[in-house]
Design a protein around this ligand. Structure first.
Ligand code: NAD
Ligand code: TYD
Length: 337
């Protein structure tokens, strides 16, 4: 089988390719990636010479290139996206281009090549925000109510993907997952930013009152869920993938990281809040558990420790990233705090 992965040089995509090589060694994998600031081929250096792995440097908005590269693909898994909320607030335009237009280009090519499954990776952020201290959770029937330009662009792409199923019969599936964490996560997101800042002796910026809640999903559990959806999930279906059963506010996440790394609370710095900051996300993941038998393998605390260990032993990887373009972004994002 041939699997066409977009955005495979990014955080979740590169973990997925590692997972796929390990669990489906007979499959051919094509990784199609533009290599934006978030794409890093070093994430895949251990498998780049594998005979069943091919990298194609390309933009999902480039119709001709996508059409050519997708030839012979049985399955498409679309990870390619602009993915950071704070960057979408600074400049929404690349989000509209890649996340909406690019998804449309991929869908057209998938239709032409008659792929057996087009799986689209989306986010719980399309559902908007939940109140604090409520039993409410997002589920597969929750209405869309995106708030940030990032979330709105992902919501648009989800609608397009479903429209290609309804209108043209393209065998699609969608998964809306919660916040991932684990190896190869770009250090602009909360957990890797906190760990790498502490390893550099810098403080951890916490937005607003720190009482914002996210549902945290370890990236390998996520990859296993996608695999199950591809093998056993129904065409046309949407699955929500979350992991936590209880709310953990951002400030508690940071406190756990401080404690595991032997640091004191004076390493926390409260900074100005994100505009339109969604208060709480929580996912009801009973459907994927019931229908596909998926559930997280370990606890949040175990995975957090594993993640800290990875960043501690891979300092070369993130130190290269934390210079150059990223440094300019960091200064701009946190300048008025
Ligand atoms: P990432 O930003 O780490 O990686 C994105 C990858 O896409 C990069 O390799 C980048 O080079 C590539 N890319 C960007 N624009 C492209 C284009 N026009 N053409 C081809 N390649 C392009 O993102 P991630 O965190 O790995 O997220 C992957 C997917 O999962 C995204 O669709 C995102 O919306 C979704 N998601 C992520 C999270 C999370 O916590 N990281 C949570 C929910 C959903
Ligand atoms: P983030 O990792 O950016 O993911 P998302 O916005 O997609 O949920 O942020 C996770 C939470 O952490 C979110 O509530 C914003 C907060 N946050 C901080 O408090 N400080 C930071 O420096 C960052 C990047 C995020």
């Amino acid at each position: 089988m041939k699997i066409f992965v977009t955005g495979g040089a990014g955080f979740i995509g590169s973990n997925f390719i590692h997972y796929w090589v390990k669990n489906h060694p007979d499959d051919q994998i094509v990784n199609f990636d533009k290599l934006t600031y978030a794409g890093n081929l070093e994430n895949l250096s251990d498998i780049e010479k594998n005979s069943n792995y091919t990298f194609v440097h390309g933009d999902i908005c480039d119709g001709n290139k996508v059409m050519e590269a997708m030839k012979g693909a049985d399955i498409v898994v679309n990870f390619a996206a602009e993915s950071h909320v704070d960057r979408s607030i600074m400049d929404p335009s690349p989000f509209l281009k890649t996340n909406v237009e690019g998804t449309g280009v991929l869908l057209n090519a998938a239709l032409t090549h008659k792929v057996k499954r087009f799986h689209h990776i989306s986010t719980d952020e399309v559902f908007g925000a939940l109140p604090l201290n409520s039993p409410d959770k997002f589920n597969e029937s929750t209405c869309y109510d995106p708030h940030s330009p990032y979330a709105a662009s992902k919501a648009s792409s989800d609608h397009l993907v479903r429209a290609y199923h309804t209108t043209y019969g393209l065998p699609i599936s969608i998964s809306n997952c919660s916040n991932n964490y684990g190896p190869y996560m770009f250090p602009e997101k909360l957990i890797p930013l906190a760990i790498t800042n502490l390893l550099e002796g810098k403080k951890v910026p916490v937005y607003g009152d720190g009482l914002y809640v996210r549902d945290w999903l370890y990236v390998e559990d996520h990859c296993r869920a996608i695999d199950l959806i591809l093998q056993k999930g129904k065409a046309g279906e949407t699955y929500l993938i979350g992991s936590l059963t209880e709310d953990i506010p951002n400030i508690e996440i940071v406190e756990k990281i401080l404690s595991l790394m032997g640091k004191k609370e004076d390493m926390i710095e409260f900074v100005k809040d994100r505009p339109g900051h969604d208060r709480r996300y929580a996912i009801d993941w009973r459907m994927i558990k019931r229908e596909l038998g998926w559930e997280p393998q370990y606890s949040f605390d175990e995975y957090l420790k594993k993640t800290i260990d990875w960043y501690t032993t891979h300092q070369d990887w993130w130190k290269k990233i934390k210079t150059g373009e990223y440094q300019k972004y960091y200064e701009k994002q946190y300048e008025k705090s």
